[in-house]
Design a protein around this ligand. Structure first.
Ligand code: ATP
Length: 163
């Protein structure tokens, strides 16, 4: 669907602001320019759920999680930044693998099965985009998803009215 990104992000992030507050964390949506992108909204919603869930799960009380988006030529970027425990450089590739969890004994306390980011990676691939993580300064992680403005996933090509 053709999607007004600023509205879509406001709508997606909103329910999480209360959850974050109840955990003593702050979730912020940075101001987003007015632009439109084609995407599968259900899947991109799911992608955001995964990234925001993780950001909250691996962040301490009192920290801030920021969601932002920007245009970069014929693509756009969705950025989720946290001030949490961070991810060591040598783990940054593997966290996108199925079932991979950093330090499984420690992260077992927070639940999860290591599938979230592999699903995120699949959603991004379907949109012909890419997802990467880097260190946030002075601490935490930043997940940068780059998507074409005109992404076609190849899903939903049939006429839904015939279902
Ligand atoms: P779930 O399947 O419920 O999402 P999970 O969080 O273990 O469980 P992934 O989302 O795939 O699985 O994440 C894989 C691993 O990457 C996590 O176990 C965690 O070690 C690390 N990780 C993911 N996001 C973050 C983050 N924002 N900060 C620090 N570590 C993270």
């Amino acid at each position: 669907e053709s999607t007004q990104v600023a509205n879509f992000l406001a709508y997606t992030v909103e329910p999480y602001t209360e959850i974050a507050a109840s955990q003593g964390k702050q979730l912020e949506l940075a101001p987003v320019e007015d632009f439109t992108a084609t995407m599968d909204q259900n899947l991109i919603h799911q992608l955001m759920n995964i990234l925001i869930d993780n950001a909250m799960k691996y962040s301490p009380q009192g920290s801030t999680i920021t969601v932002s988006a920007k245009l970069t030529g014929r693509k756009w970027q969705l950025v989720v930044t946290d001030q949490g425990i961070g991810i060591k450089a040598n783990e940054r590739q593997r966290i996108f693998d199925r079932f991979y969890r950093v330090d499984s004994s420690r992260s077992r306390q927070t639940g999860g099965n290591g599938l979230g980011l592999s699903i995120a990676n699949w959603i991004v691939s379907l949109h012909h985009g890419n997802i990467a993580v880097k260190a946030n300064s002075p601490q935490g992680s930043q997940f940068v998803t780059t998507l074409p403005l005109n992404a076609s996933t190849g899903l939903n090509r049939h006429d839904k009215s015939k279902d």
